[in-house]
Design a protein around this ligand. Structure first.
Ligand code: NDP
Length: 523
């Protein structure tokens, strides 16, 4: 059985778990339910030495795990998937308590995470199959691109989707043959611990997946612990710190950061469908999604109808309670940011058609529809990460595209209308949903990631599996040729022959014919 939770250093040796909290002599971290203030559980604060020890154990595990065949790893990961599926309600309940979202949303999150684990497990063999590539002029060679595990991957996750988001790195890194050390957010550590405990019962190689808990310092220690890649999901500000720390050891990084996702609604869009999707895209998870709709640009002729419909739909959204659509915000700090954005907008002339800066009770925020917003307002520039829907009237789709792209971020986006597919290609973002919102995150074969201040690198799909490998180029000489360019034994007229080849292949005249011939030969 695999060891999962890292024993903390110091006077005690108790392991981290919600049911068996460590002795008070060890520094601990309490997980507090944002909806009620109750203590959900406690985990140890792992020191830099603890993190290094975990990475050392992962290094040992990675040798055995990486040596398994794809079919063997698939079998192992499918066992873990089944264990997680069996525990779906327990996991959803834990997500609900630690993160504040409704239980149903917790279940949906588990479902989405499992779809990615399943995809990564089954797909890795195909995604990482070695490829023969063209040898060009080196006709006596065979050329292959192959993909190999990196070794140990560090994963640092956020609190907003505490299973789905890190699973985008964990599942794909494991399927590619790496061991993983996971640092969950200090706000949702127990979900991370549970995820890894279930892996321990399912995976036959100890320490393939371990969890280290604590606050930012534990994450910072993971950056410096000698991992072969660090997959970070979180805010742009912290991402820059992580990158700087990783730069000291040239540790490669994957950056899944924040966003300011635009939605465009063209004149010929289905207004009702677009409004309903906008409300879901902006409000699901109380707006705490990196791919939340954060700005909406609507064509003038349909603007009034769209706004009316959005307001009507928002009126049906229930906040809090067992049957609520929106739960508590996960962090009171984030509540402060949302309030600040709303106050800034109203002060600068925006109108709140629902909600508003005063419609906040503790960690519960009533959704706000904002109109008369302008580009200099915080709510239009910075990531709000809360239940706010700013709507802007535009004269044309050209204006909508231009303003959608006027942001340093570039994560998700959505376009509604008859020409939406065409417009989608013009949005400067890693992902776009056409006549829908957020759908790209649920399609397991699609790569997920951003550009600009939203980060770089990709999780999910074949790109996501390859992200956790090193690409290897192999040139294999199959037979010798009289003129071997990789040797000093060249004929006297070598220079003339090279000159001739340059002219023939790359000069004017014969170029097209020669290249055509090589192409036909498959070279
Ligand atoms: P943070 O950046 O605050 O934290 C992310 C993780 O980094 C946490 O585990 C945190 O630990 C850890 N951390 C904090 N400081 C350091 C440090 N110096 N070195 C290493 N690790 C550190 O993000 P949030 O948790 O607030 O998550 C919300 C953000 O995540 C939003 O901006 C959202 O857009 C983004 N996000 C991006 C996604 C994407 O795929 N692009 C998906 C989901 C969210 P601790 O919590 O213990 O401080």
């Amino acid at each position: 059985m695999a060891v999962t939770t890292v024993p903390p250093s110091g006077p005690t040796s108790s392991t981290s778990s919600a049911s068996a909290p460590p002795s008070p002599r060890t520094e601990t971290l309490k997980s507090i339910a944002p909806a009620t203030g109750e203590v959900v559980g406690e985990v140890p604060v792992h020191s830099a030495a603890d993190v290094q020890a975990a990475v050392a154990r992962a290094r040992v595990a990675s040798a055995s795990w990486g040596a398994l065949s794809f079919a063997e790893r698939e079998e192992e990961l499918v066992r873990w998937r089944k264990a997680l599926a069996e525990a779906a309600d327990e996991l959803a309940d834990l997500i609900h308590r630690e993160n504040g979202k409704p239980r149903l949303d917790g279940l949906v999150e588990v479902f989405m995470a499992l779809s990615h684990l399943d995809h990564a497990a089954h797909r890795a063999a195909k995604a990482l199959r070695a490829e023969k590539v063209s040898v060009g002029l080196l006709a006596n060679f065979r050329a292959t691109v192959s993909y190999h595990p990196l070794g140990v991957v560090g994963v640092i996750g956020p609190w907003n989707y505490p299973i789905f988001t890190p699973m985008g790195s964990i599942a794909y890194a494991l399927a590619a043959g790496n061991a993983v050390v996971f640092k969950p957010s200090e706000l949702t550590p127990l979900v991370g611990v549970k995820l890894v405990e279930l892996a321990a019962r399912s995976l036959s190689i100890p320490d393939v997946l371990q969890v280290v808990t604590g606050a930012g310092a534990t994450g910072a220690a993971l950056c410096k612990a000698g991992v072969d890649k660090l997959a970070f999901t979180g805010s742009t500000a912290t991402g820059k710190k992580v990158m700087a720390a990783c730069a000291e050891t040239l540790t490669p990084v994957l950056m899944e950061l924040g966003g300011k996702d635009p939605m465009i609604v063209a004149e010929d869009a289905d207004v009702d469908a677009a409004a309903e999707a906008a409300v879901f895209g902006a409000l699901t998870n109380t707006g705490q999604a990196c791919i939340s709709i954060e700005r909406i640009y609507v064509a003038e002729p349909i603007y009034d109808r769209f706004v009316d419909k959005v307001v009507a739909e928002v009126g049906k959204v229930k906040v809090g309670g067992d049957d609520g659509h929106l739960g508590a915000m996960t962090s009171s700090q984030q509540v402060g940011i949302v309030k600040d954005h709303l106050e800034d907008a109203v002060r600068r002339g925006a109108r709140a058609l629902t909600g508003g800066p005063d419609a906040i009770t503790g960690n519960f925020i009533q959704p706000t529809v904002l109109v008369d917003v302008t580009d200099e307002m915080k709510v239009m520039k910075d990531e709000t990460f809360g239940p706010v829907i700013p709507i802007v009237k535009v004269k044309s789709t050209e204006e909508a595209v231009r303003r959608a792209n006027e942001t340093p971020f570039g994560l998700g986006s959505a376009v509604f209308g008859k020409r939406a597919r065409e417009l989608a290609d013009r949005i400067k973002a890693g992902m776009t949903s056409v006549n829908s919102v957020m759908a790209f995150s649920a399609i397991t074969a699609l790569p997920f990631g951003g550009v600009g201040e939203s980060g770089f690198g990709r999780i999910h799909g074949d790109h996501g599996i390859r992200e956790f490998t090193r690409t290897k180029a192999t040139a294999e000489q199959v037979f010798n040729l009289p003129m071997n360019m990789m040797s000093f034994r060249l004929p006297r007229n070598a220079a003339d022959r090279v000159r001739g080849m340059i002219k023939q292949l790359y000069g004017s005249g014969a170029v097209a014919r020669a290249k055509d011939l090589l192409g036909k030969l498959g070279r």
